[in-house]
Each structure stands twice: as C-alpha cells, then as structure tokens.
Design a protein around this ligand. Structure first.
Ligand code: FHN
Length: 497
C-alpha cells in the first residue's frame, strides 16, 4: 500500500500532465490558425499609461505621418570645441564632451562667453533642407549641457548672454516656416547646468526640494517654448532615462496634458514619460505612450512586425555616433546612397527618416553634410513621389529593395537597390489584384511590356519584371495595380491555399 502523501503527489503529477496536454492540444492549433495572433497582453489598470490605443487620426498627425524625410539639427556650445579641447581629441559624441573624462567642466561652462556664430544664416540652413527634400526639422533648443539657444527667462545660461545675443531659435523657426518646413523642438530633460537636476533618485530633504525646483523649471521652459514659438508642431524629448525623471510619473503625465492643452494637435513621441511601473515608450500593457514610437535611434526595424502597427521615426547620424559638430570624423561615414536606402526602408515600414546635421561653432554646415544633402536632394527631386505621402505597401518584401505605397493615390513604388544577376525583379501582388501599368518614375515613357509581364505570372501571384540595364542609382518603378478582380477569382485564389 502506498502512503497517502505519495498518492497525492501522483495525482498532482497527473493533473499537471493533463493541463499541459490540454494546453498543447487546444492552444497550439488555435495559434496555428491565427499565425499573426499575439498572446494576450496583460491588462493592468494604469493611471499613467497610454492614453490612446491605436494611431492618432487627426490632420496634424496625418501630416506628420506623410513627411517621409526630416532633418535633425544638433547645435549648441559643444560645436565650439568640436570634439577637441586643449589639443586633446575626444572620441565620444561631441555634444557630450562636457562629461568626458579629462574635459575641464569649468572651461565648458564658460564657452557661452564665446558663442558668436558669425556665419550663422538660418535662411541658408532652411534652403538647404528644402533642397534636400526635408518636410520637417527637429532643432535642439537645449541639449544635456543646459545651454538654451532661445532667451529663456528661467535661466541665465542662454544665448541672450552670449556675444551673439540674438534669439537663434526664432531665426531658425522663421526661416524654416518660410520654406514650408514644419518645426519640432528638441528638448533635453537632462540639464547639467541646473542645480536641482540629478540623475539618481533624490534622497535627502534638500535633494528633494531642489529636484522639485528643477521640475518647475522644466515645466516653465516647455510652456515658454510653446508660447514663444507658436508655429512649432511638436516636442521631441530626450534625456528621459534617468531614475529621478522616471519616478515623476504623475508630474510628467499632467505636464504632458498641460502642454497638449496649450497647443492642440501637438505631437509628442514616446520618450517623454514613464508609467507608474517605470516602463518607458510602451506601458506595462505594451501600449505605446505618446503619438509615435521614438526608439529608433541610429537603427531601423527589419520587418513590419517590429513596429507593431505604430507610427515611428528613425533619427540617423551621418558618421557613426556624432550628433553635434565634431571636427574629426573617424570610422565609417555613410554615403548618400546608404542614407537614401535607409529612408526608403523607413517609409516602406511606415516610418519617417530624419537625418542629422551638426553645424560648427560659426554656424556653418560642414562640407560633407552639404554634399550629402545635395545628393539626397537630387534624388528626391525626381523620386519624391515614392517617399512623400507613402507608407507600408502590404506586399511581400523583396531582396532587390523596398516597396512603398501612396496613401493618396494607391500607386506602388518599387525602389530598386540591388538588381539580381538575372535582371529580374520578382513582385508578388495581393491576391485578386493584378498589374495595370508599370513604368519608370523618372522616365514615364519607359513602360514595361504588360503582355510579357503577364506571361511571367506564377500561381502564387508573382510577376517578373526584366530590367535590361543595371541602374546606376536607386531606381523607382511605378506599379499601378488593377482593382481587386472579381470575387469569384479571389475565392478561387484562396481555395488553392
Ligand atoms: O544623448 C543624446 C545624444 O547626444 C543625441 O542627442 C541623441 C539624438 O537622438 N539622443 C541622445 C541619446 O539617445
């Protein structure tokens, strides 16, 4: 006879096996039926989580979504040392030089006395951005060093106290507005110049008191920016990863509400605040916090699944990791073709691509960046239709490049970067639809032979487009598709699978 405790253990084991069996039997076929199905997310009641599920559909956000290409500008005191100080080369990001070991903090903090960019011409910057094809700009109003390029009344560490004296931010906003380029204000929550700022959680009464002052200061500056620059369309936040800031859940949430009330339609990304469990970008239920995902910095998603149906932007540097001006770029410097490819990939995956520029201490945009802007601009001049107002096409990704689709006309754009040795571009259209017309975007007279293409059609709704010559630059082919064919054909297609 077995002791009762062993019997109990046996029963427990049986129950566990039965549960596992039932799970595998029921759950697996269910998941196989819905391959895209995500396991059920938790649904914690959150006070400071996401305030909206799904994409924003208002006009301001529609405009944002359709930009395609933007420009980022990092410009501040760090442009003066440009990655060097007292003959020493600092390899790290130039805009962080104040914090690099060996850099005398006092020297840096006095640089504002030298900030006098004699060659700064906001109109020339804006004209160059326009020529490149940028439809929005994100400008650093204040980076981590705390120096403000607008005359903030809440600190003396501003451009008003530099020899330049004038409001550079206003000059920039006015110049970009005049070119029809929407302006977004970059703002760093990290502020190395403010006494109350700290990265670790405040502990003592004094630390807590001064951090409260810092919070008030931050709120005042943000409201000041929105009031002083009423045409700005949004705020681009940075430096929000500190523990001290993450803990300010309720404060940041209510500040965001206040900022949105000041400027209806204001666009804020996912980098501003954390939920009550300290989760950033996505709250504890996995929902996006903010109007678009702001986590794609110097990297791109690979598949449409990676962006979870959200809006997003990618911010990219030309060299490896330099945002502010560094007089000596080392390592790989991206070419315009590489950057065009990143832009095409971003748009094909429903995002915007934002290219960074770091003007020098005199206000000049460096020649390498000017060259790249010019080359991208030349490509955009003739191919912008494949980028502007476009997004994910819903078609299978192909190795030769990227496919975008106009949200306005429904046309598809095949952006070719790597022509296969066969010279054939494979394209798989949606079930039930076909190809009405195919032609080169640049030379619309080059229409591809419809009959030939139709003859190439496979059972899997794939077509093969033969290109005689290898394109010398990223080439765009426009595909106009037929409306969905008769229902019976669609059903037939489906029945075969
Ligand atoms: O630390 C900054 C960095 O200097 C730069 O401003 C980038 C731009 O997205 N953001 C921070 C790092 O995430």
């Amino acid at each position: 006879m077995r002791p009762p405790c062993c019997e109990k253990n046996e029963n427990m084991k049986k129950l566990a096996y039965l549960t596992l069996f039932l799970c595998l039997e029921i759950y697996q076929p269910l998941m196989a039926q819905f391959p895209g199905a995500v396991e059920k997310r938790s649904s914690i009641t959150l006070k400071h989580g996401s305030h909206r599920l799904g994409k924003r559909t208002d006009a301001a956000m529609e405009t944002w979504r359709n930009y395609g290409l933007g420009q980022f500008i990092h410009w501040g005191l760090y442009a003066i040392p440009g990655g060097h100080w007292n003959g020493k080369y600092y390899a790290g990001a130039a805009e962080w030089i104040r914090s690099w070991e060996g850099m005398p903090k006092g020297d840096y903090d006095n640089l504002y006395k030298e900030f006098n960019p004699k060659q700064f011409d906001a109109k020339a910057w804006a004209a160059q951005a326009k020529q490149m094809g940028a439809r929005y700009v994100i400008i650093t109003t204040k980076h981590h060093d705390g120096f403000c390029i607008w005359p903030s009344k809440y600190t003396s560490y501003t451009i008003a106290n530099s020899p330049y004296r004038k409001d550079a931010l206003k000059e920039i906003v006015d110049a970009y507005d005049a070119e029809g380029i929407d302006v977004y204000l970059y703002f760093s929550i990290i502020d190395w110049n403010h006494k109350g700022y700290r990265s670790a959680s405040p502990q003592t009464i004094e630390e807590k008191r001064s951090y409260e002052e810092f919070k008030k200061f931050t709120a005042n500056q943000l409201k000041e920016l929105l009031v002083n620059y009423p045409s700005a369309k949004g705020l681009w936040f940075d430096g929000t990863w500190d523990k001290a800031w993450i803990e300010q859940t309720a404060f940041a949430d209510s500040l965001e509400t206040e900022l949105r009330a000041i400027r209806p339609g204001l666009i804020i990304g996912s980098r501003f605040r954390a939920d009550e469990f300290g989760r950033r970008h996505f709250d504890s239920n996995g929902d996006l916090m903010g109007d678009y995902e702001q986590g794609w910095e110097r990297k791109l998603p690979n598949t449409i699944e990676d962006v979870h149906g959200n809006d997003w932007d990618c911010v990219m540097t030309v060299p490896e990791n330099q945002w502010g001006y560094h007089s000596e770029w080392r390592g790989h410097v991206k070419t315009s073709v590489e950057l065009i490819e990143m832009m095409a990939k971003s748009v094909a995956l429903d995002g915007n691509f934002v290219l960074n520029f770091g003007p020098d201490g005199q206000g000049n945009i460096r020649p390498e960046e000017t060259k790249i802007a010019k080359e991208i601009g030349e490509w955009m001049k003739v191919n912008n239709e494949a980028i502007y107002d476009c997004g994910y096409a819903g078609l299978e990704k192909q190795d030769w490049g990227y496919i975008t689709k106009s949200r306005k006309t429904g046309k598809y754009y095949l952006i070719v970067f790597n022509l296969p040795v066969s010279g054939d571009l494979r394209i798989k259209v949606s079930p039930g639809s076909g190809i009405k017309k195919l032609y080169d975007l640049v030379e619309p007279k080059t229409v591809y032979n419809a009959e030939e293409i139709h003859r190439s059609k496979t059972e899997g709704n794939e077509y093969f487009i033969h290109l005689k010559d290898k394109p010398l630059e990223p080439k765009v082919i426009v595909l106009e598709s037929t409306e969905k064919e008769k229902d019976s054909e669609v059903l037939y297609e489906r029945a075969k699978t």
